[in-house]
Design a protein around this ligand. Structure first.
Ligand SMILES: Nc1ncnc2c1ncn2[C@@H]1O[C@H](COP(=O)(O)OP(=O)(O)OP(=O)(O)O)[C@@H](O)[C@H]1O
Ligand SMILES: [Mg+2]
Length: 578
């Protein structure tokens, strides 16, 4: 049962055990809350039978005091078991989710959009939190206590009256249950539409600059408004549908008062039950149905929570990239051995790619845009695993190495630089946690950051805006290069690392790079032939296959794509506007 609960509500083992405990204490509290009615019943019975002695009154008073203390105590237990453990569990769930996201392969993020994941972490966790702290324990607790009361009334008082009062409860639950399929479908649809809207808003905020530049703001906003209206309509429709089911169930519940009165009246008239029993059942139904109505709403809400749990469970149980954290490579040669790769099932990005990037050499990947260069650098760092063939590092298949351990050996400068809204110093320090300020500044100096940092209002301590929005493209790139300098790992992957730099900056950085890369494995991707002119080995990629391979002079000596690209760039450099 614990395993089932863990799976159904995305709980940890402790969380599932706590939930069982919470349900038990809720039932206990409910039973204690019914005890005063029992005392009242006995008291009235004694009064009617003229049996109320001083001693008995004393007993009732003591019993009332004990019951009160019991209610306070069970309430305390219930509070501990539901709220405290729920919030503890919520913390555990969010941490587990964050930990999982850290370990998920990048292919997972390619399939999911950020809005979806944000909703997962914030929204779904919050819903499950409410369900665990309120809905589920209260529902199960109410069901247990109501069943116990129903059974005892059936056997110890009058089975006909018990049936007349309780028949409505299973029917009401069945009505709500019968709509669970429709409810789940509506919520799935609702979530998809909401996700689409959240995605639209995020995309709009991210691309507002381009939308303005292309005068496309108005048209885009109309589309976004449509998405928002759709969410509004769907939410109203879903609410209405649910209200019909839950209110029908609530009306059925109220019918119970009628049947209790009718059956009780008839039985009292023919002398089968006493006025006291009749009175007790009437008191019971008037007290029972209101909380039952809330329980029905909880029940409907729990059905809907299934969708959120499924989504969380999908993240939590997604396969992660694993491997040993003990490296057994000899040297740092990276070899692609008949590697094939697809991002999705329908398009092949790399086909039978084989080459070696040797340690102590600079291997340049060049070729037309979309040829698969960036993909190769991602595979080399195990951001994705190849679909076919294998990649080895110093003879060891990297698919057997833990990604975090592997990445300790890589300094990477990506084509699209990511910076954080923090100081320049901290943005560079990401390259090596725990690096001293002096080490960070030395890396910054090597990457030629000093000149622009000295112009910032607070120098190295200036915050650079979200994703470095307050810096130019070249400045952002230099911060990213400084990170790589600081990390100083044995393998260096540079994807268009100097593409946004002017010739002067590029020359300075290349000089620094040439000092950094000594005896390391360097894979460099560049469109500018000038950048890779001194490479030891060139791999030309075209349409996902290795079209040519060799040293620059070998390739220049024949009618190669490399020679053609170099000549083309010379021509374009000499091109003048007429
Ligand atoms: N995350 C992704 N999901 C799906 N397809 C992708 C993804 N990234 C790249 N692709 C596709 O893979 C192919 C190769 O892309 P890649 O980025 O490796 O090319 P590239 O040689 O680096 O190009 P460029 O010189 O323009 O940077 C392209 O057709 C691209 O559309
Ligand atoms: Mg690329």
């Amino acid at each position: 049962m614990i395993k089932k609960l863990m799976h159904k509500y995305a709980l940890s083992e402790q969380g599932a055990k706590d939930m069982v405990k919470a349900c038990f204490f809720c039932a206990l509290t409910n039973i204690c809350l019914m005890m005063p009615s029992g005392v009242l019943y006995m008291l009235i019975k004694d009064l009617l039978e003229d049996n109320l002695s001083r001693d008995r009154l004393g007993i009732y008073l003591i019993a009332s005091a004990v019951i009160l203390a019991l209610i306070a105590f069970t309430n305390y237990l219930q509070y501990n078991a539901t709220f405290l453990s729920t919030y503890r569990e919520s913390g555990v769930r969010r941490t587990a989710l964050a930990e999982k996201l850290r370990k998920l392969p990048l292919s997972y993020f390619g399939k999911k959009n950020i809005a979806d994941l944000t909703t997962n972490i914030m929204g779904d966790c919050a819903s499950i939190e409410t369900a665990s702290s309120h809905w589920i324990p209260e529902l199960i607790g109410a069901l247990i206590s109501t069943s116990l009361v129903g059974i005892s009334l059936f056997f110890f008082f009058d089975w006909r009256m018990a049936l007349a009062s309780f028949w409505v409860i299973p029917i009401a639950f069945l009505i709500v249950l019968s709509c669970s399929g429709a409810e789940k479908r509506a919520i799935r649809k609702n979530t998809a539409i909401k996700m689409d809207m959240a995605d639209g808003i995020q995309e709009c905020l991210e691309s507002i600059r381009d939308l303005r530049a292309n005068n496309a703001e108005g048209k885009y906003m109309d589309g976004l408004e449509n998405k928002i209206r759709k969410v509004e309509k769907m939410a109203l429709f879903t609410e209405l549908k649910m209200a019909v089911y839950v209110n029908s169930a609530a009306i059925i519940l109220k019918l119970g008062i009628g049947t209790t009165a009718l059956v009780g009246g008839a039985l009292f008239a023919d002398g089968s039950i006493s006025i006291l029993t009749f009175f007790m059942f009437l008191m019971l139904v008037s007290r029972l149905y209101d909380p039952m109505q809330i329980t029905l709403q909880n029940f409907a809400a729990i059905i809907s929570i299934g969708i959120q749990s499924e989504r969380l469970d999908e993240v939590l149980s997604h396969k992660i990239q694993t491997g040993t954290d003990h490296l057994s490579n000899t040297g740092y040669d990276i070899t692609f051995d008949h590697v094939g790769f697809q991002y999705s099932d329908d398009t092949t990005v790399l086909k039978d790619v084989s080459f070696t990037a040797k340690q102590g050499e600079v291997t340049a990947l060049i070729g037309p845009s979309g040829g698969g260069k960036t993909t190769i650098s991602r595979l080399a760092a195990r951001f994705w695993d190849p679909t076919e063939g294998k990649i080895t590092l110093g003879g060891t298949d990297i698919s057997g190495i833990d990604p975090e351990t592997l990445l300790q050996k890589y300094s990477i400068v990506f084509q699209d630089v990511t910076l954080f809204n923090n100081s320049v110093l901290e943005n560079i320090r990401i390259g090596k946690a725990g690096a001293t300020d002096d080490e960070v500044k030395e890396a910054a100096r090597l990457a030629n950051c000093e000149e622009f940092v000295s112009l910032l209002p607070e120098g190295y301590n200036t915050r650079i805006g979200e994703n470095g929005s307050e810096l130019s493209g070249g400045e952002r790139q230099r911060i990213s290069i400084a990170r790589a300098f600081l990390k100083d790992a044995p393998i260096i992957l540079l994807d268009e690392a100097t593409a946004s730099l002017d010739a002067e900056n590029e020359t300075v950085i290349q000089e620094a790079l040439s000092r950094l890369i000594r005896n390391k494995t360097v894979m460099i991707i560049a469109h500018r032939m000038r950048t890779i002119a001194n490479a030891d080995h060139i791999v030309v990629l075209k349409d996902g296959v290795v079209a040519e391979e060799g040293t620059p002079s070998e390739l220049m000596g024949k009618d190669s794509l490399y020679r053609h690209m170099t000549e083309q760039q010379m021509l374009s450099q000499n091109w003048k506007m007429e």
